[in-house]
Design a binder for this molecule. Structure first.
Ligand code: MSP
Length: 490
């Protein structure tokens, strides 16, 4: 992509509980991508936030004997604290209870009304509060929501509907010809299949949910929480609800989400943008779930791995790496403490940590100046693959390229034995090693920004700059070994 401005969004997470590992993963990959583009000199806006309205939040607040706003305030603090612990550098944390968001949402609903894009009818069907979505009977398994294993409630009430069906042709064409890229490809096909069933108009108001934004033209109704939530992608970058004001950053948008919410994004959200006549996002990136022993993480089953547990065990930098490396592209990925621990010990401690500590030891003892760098072709190939993978949101594959380089360097040390009296190329070997380490640290930067900085500090050079690869031998190292990057854990 050649564009200079990038908007990268995560879904806004429901404020009904504490952050989940899945929330952390989505936000992490948005952070990695943002850091990558910032490094390439792009102007990046990284948006995340909280979804604070609707029956689900109202219910959770009630169960906790809190008023909904206080309840959301508490959760917002916990989410932001956790994201800070992970060092996520977002540009805005939008909350849907903010006044500016409420005002813009109401203005937008007035707009839909004036454009004759809504009408009143009866809203009837099975509604899953946990999904905040109406379910077709065909979606239910033994009468239960397949995701939440709970019984949906029957709704039969007056409601306003958005004329989504009128965008059916247009949108399916747009998805068909990849004007909006949906990745992985299988997910694009899944949405196209859904379009074949035909888009139905959708309810955009709720009569019996008090915790929501009142409809500006009928105060007895509140806005359906998904409409409210989608608009946060625009209000989060400063939109005031006016269809004539396209916000800055809205021309090059990458939206990251889990597989559970692709369908609503690929239909309702795109329909709302069409109604506004705004351009559509450039790409949706859809990732799978983290599961434990094949099961979705759930409080009831008691198999939840919380982001704070990860940080407690591995520290935030290693947790970032482990999450990014563990998840397979577009698929569900099973994790367990054993697997997480072996990622940490086998990759971070043994491969990366050892490489840094043995290279720095050798460098302290023997480094004087650089020799001609021998692995330029190899490193260029690795860089190209790494960049390509990141560009295509293949985070784990991107890390694999770094690991190829780390493994190569460890083998190189074993073969050359630069500590031995018999090593005739010591100067060249150590210079090669430090340059390789410099490249490793550069590529690790979006994944583990602090550890990458620590490696640069040990090397005694500034962080990567884009021109260095061309003149890499000119770098001047001032090696200083510090403590091991990753302590061993049992
Ligand atoms: N509030 C809506 C989104 C509105 S966006 C306009 C919502 N919130 S959520 O709290 O349920 O978050 C869902 C998102 O969390 C998923 O799309 C995914 O990004 C992430 N994950 C939740 N559980 C997950 C896993 N077990 N594994 C990986 N990510 C998953 O839906």
């Amino acid at each position: 992509m050649l564009e200079n401005k990038f908007l990268i969004t995560t879904p806004i997470y429901y404020a009904n509980g504490e952050p989940h590992l899945g929330h952390a993963y989505t936000t992490l990959i948005a952070d990695i991508l943002s850091r990558h583009y910032r490094f390439l000199g792009k102007d990046v806006f990284f948006l995340t936030g909280l979804d604070e309205h609707g029956a689900k939040i109202e219910q959770a607040a009630k169960e906790n004997h809190k008023n909904p706003q206080d309840f959301c305030d508490e959760k917002a603090e916990i989410f932001q604290k956790t994201w800070k612990d992970f060092d996520f550098q977002y540009n805005n944390f939008i909350r849907t209870t903010q006044k500016s968001h409420i005002k813009a949402t109401q203005k937008f609903l007035d707009f839909l009304n004036k454009e004759n894009l809504i009408y009143k009818n009866i809203y009837k069907g099975f509604y899953c509060i946990a999904c905040e979505q109406l379910k077709n009977e065909a979606d239910l398994i033994d009468g239960l929501c397949p995701d939440h294993k709970t019984k949906p409630i029957l709704i039969n009430e007056e409601s306003y509907f958005f004329k989504l069906s009128q965008f059916q042709e247009d949108l399916s064409q747009i998805i068909q010809n990849n004007t909006i890229g949906i990745f992985p490809k299988a997910k694009r096909n899944e949405i196209l299949e859904f379009y074949k069933l035909g888009l139905r108009d959708i309810s955009i108001s709720r009569k019996n949910v008090k915790w929501g934004i009142p409809l500006p033209f009928h105060k007895n109704f509140t806005v359906y929480v998904w409409i409210d939530a989608f608009l946060s992608y625009l209000t989060g970058i400063g939109w005031d609800g006016d269809a004539n004001n396209i916000p800055d950053f809205w021309d090059n948008v990458t939206q990251i989400m889990g597989k559970d919410i692709l369908r609503v994004h690929g239909t309702i959200w795109l329909g709302l943008l069409k109604a506004l006549n705004f351009s559509l996002p450039k790409r949706f990136f859809v990732h799978g779930y983290f599961t434990v022993n094949g099961q979705k993480m759930s409080k009831t089953i008691g198999n939840v791995i919380a982001p704070k547990d990860l940080i407690e065990n591995f520290g935030s930098e290693a947790s970032r790496f482990i999450m990014a490396h563990s998840m397979s592209y577009g698929l569900d990925t099973d994790i367990s403490w054993d697997r997480l621990r072996s990622e940490y010990n086998d990759i971070l401690v043994k491969n990366l940590g050892n490489l840094v500590s043995r290279s720095m030891k050798l460098a302290e003892d023997y480094y004087k100046e650089n020799a001609k760098f021998e692995f330029r072709n190899f490193i260029t190939e690795i860089y190209d693959n790494y960049n390509n993978n990141l560009e295509n949101l293949k985070f784990s594959e991107s890390i694999n390229e770094i690991l190829r380089m780390i493994n190569f360097a460890n083998r190189y040390i074993d073969q050359e034995k630069p500590w031995s009296e018999n090593c005739l190329n010591r100067k060249r070997v150590i210079s090669n090693l430090l340059i390789v380490l410099y490249c490793v640290a550069s590529m690790l930067a979006p994944f583990m920004p602090k550890k990458s900085k620590e490696i640069f500090e040990q090397l005694g050079v500034d962080k990567m700059n884009l021109n260095t690869l061309k003149e890499i031998e000119k770098l001047k190292f001032h090696p200083k070994k510090k403590q091991n990057l990753f302590p061993i854990i049992k």
